[in-house]
Design a protein around this ligand. Structure first.
Ligand code: KG4
Ligand code: ZN
Length: 333
């Protein structure tokens, strides 16, 4: 992590939800020079989900503390990249405001980055990109299948009609009073459970739609929780995880009938789920398709993926003057 005289670098900031993170990436080599993330998970855990006002206050404390460590590289910076969409408006503003202040102080442009593109480029941190690729993005805010041809050409071909895959884990964990984020907690609890004990219905199994839905499954799980005591929670968790994942597999199989995958990836916080990784590895072996995964450290929100995406954006000339950058909490790809 040493400084190289004259190297051109981008400083990237991520604050779209509950992770405060800053990275510095060298443009030419794509090398990650610096990366730090301060997670707020424990602070939100007792509320069973992210409290936006608390998240914003914690970003205001954490981001400047991380930024202080980046000062040695300030002279090498060519641009400030920042997640400006989608996410929580009050937390996106924290990162964008810091980016604007840095842009003015260092007299360099801002590169606004779409968080979803960041997740996709988490696959290529310190690497060349491998495109085209079909990507399943599973996070707390999104469940979608995206055909990625280039940084500028990404097409969403399937999305969720209500909750996301990761969000459904969070909600089930909350119903069981396990804490937040629910994904890793449910995955761990499932290890000691019997996934065939509860015969939950796979969402949209009869529908020709290639789309996702998790609200019905969540309600089935709620009824099972209400009808049983906590000794049965591992079986409920395992049965839920199995059906939530089976739903993804069924819809992907349907999609693959028309568009067989050559190269496929799973990204987003929930792509850390080993049961999902194993199930998709099996599915993809039927198509002899390559499966790409982000390193576990870069599955959940982080600034390294924003910095990697920013290298592409920089090469496409997506720099903006600081006053023209706005926050778009609900934007899509
Ligand atoms: O990508 P991310 O950090 O934030 C968003 O962009 O939303 O994803 C966070 C989500 C949370 O819903 C969390 O419960 C879920 O990813 N998650 C998991 C696992 N680890 C994190 N879901 C299922 N299994 C996991 N192991
Ligand atoms: Zn994310």
């Amino acid at each position: 992590m040493g400084q190289r005289v004259g190297a051109a670098m981008i400083l990237s900031i991520e604050s779209s939800c509950d992770d405060s993170s800053i990275a510095i990436t060298e443009i030419g080599t794509k090398k990650l020079i610096y990366h730090k993330k301060i997670s707020q998970e424990l602070d939100h855990s007792r509320y069973g989900g992210v409290v936006p006002e608390l998240a914003s206050r914690l970003h205001a404390e954490a981001l400047p503390r991380i930024l202080e460590e980046c000062e040695p590289w300030f002279n090498e910076l060519k641009a400030i990249a920042v997640t400006n969409e989608p996410g929580l408006s009050v937390t996106l503003i924290e990162g964008v405001t810091m980016a604007k202040a840095l842009s003015i102080a260092l007299n360099i442009p801002i590169i606004p980055i779409n968080h979803l593109k960041g997740h996709i480029y988490s696959l290529f941190i310190e690497k060349e990109s491998l495109l085209p690729i079909t990507v399943l993005l599973v996070s707390g805010g999104h469940t979608q299948v995206i055909e990625v041809t280039s940084y500028e050409d990404m097409r969403t071909v399937a999305t969720t009609m209500d909750d996301s895959y990761g969000e459904s884990f969070d909600k089930v964990a909350k119903m069981m009073s396990l804490g937040y984020p629910g994904g890793p907690l449910i995955e761990k609890l499932s290890l000691s459970g019997d996934q065939s004990r509860f015969d939950f219905t796979v969402p949209l199994w009869q529908s020709p739609l290639i789309a996702f839905s998790y609200s019905g499954l969540k309600n089935q799980v709620r009824l099972a929780i209400e009808a049983n005591d906590s000794s049965v929670y591992p079986d409920i968790a395992a049965s839920f995880q199995h059906v939530a994942t089976e739903h993804l597999l069924q819809k992907l199989k349907k999609y693959f009938k028309s568009f067989p995958p050559k190269r496929f990836a799973i990204v987003g916080g929930a792509s850390a789920n080993l049961y999902l990784r194993e199930s998709l590895t099996k599915l993809l072996s039927n198509y002899k398709a390559n499966l790409l995964l982000s390193e576990l450290a870069y599955c959940s929100d982080n600034a390294a993926m924003i910095g990697r995406a920013a290298i592409e954006a920089y090469q496409y000339g997506h720099m903006q003057s600081n006053l023209s950058v706005s926050v778009n909490p609900r934007s899509k790809l």
